[in-house]
Design a protein around this ligand. Structure first.
Ligand code: NAP
Length: 118
């Protein structure tokens, strides 16, 4: 796994290799967009459509303004905007309503049995 950053030289404490966004995009066939939704499309444009073409892009971003009071893509959605901007990159929208603590440790959730008959 390779993490992408705008400033990889500053990201020395993440416990995984870190590279620039373009290098990361060309590293693997499966990419994850985990950037603030208001800037995700712009960031992906900075990488460029050719570098993203053919990769599967998993988009967990949430399309809200920095203060979480406004939709960044009214009457649309972040995943939809990314897919329109990068038609050669299949986009899967998922996990955006799940807290990151659950993303990294799903087994930590308490299992509550369904009532009998359901
Ligand atoms: N945290 C959660 O529990 C959670 C749950 C579901 C969905 N999400 C969504 O997942 C995405 C990432 O969440 P997060 O909590 O990891 O967000 P974050 O810490 O605000 O941002 C993640 C990374 O994006 C880069 N970034 C931050 N601000 C930026 C800006 N203005 N322009 C460009 N890049 C910027 C930074 O990396 P570099 O500085 O290294 O480039 C930052 O470490 C968001 O869209 C969030 O809404 C989060």
């Amino acid at each position: 796994m390779l993490l992408g950053s705008r400033r990889p030289e500053d990201r020395t404490d993440l416990g995984l290799p870190v590279a620039g966004l373009s290098e990361t995009a060309t590293h693997a066939g499966v990419l994850v967009n985990a950037t603030p939704g208001a800037v995700s499309v712009e960031l992906l444009h900075s990488i460029g459509a050719p570098a993203l073409a053919g990769a599967l892009l998993i988009d967990v971003g949430v399309g809200l303004s920095d203060d979480f009071t406004e939709l960044s893509h009214p009457n649309s959605g972040l995943g939809e905007q990314i897919q329109e901007a990068f038609p050669l990159t299949p986009v899967v929208k998922t996990l955006c309503t799940m807290d990151s603590t659950v993303m990294i440790a799903p087994d930590a959730l308490e299992v509550v049995p369904l009532p009998a008959g359901r």
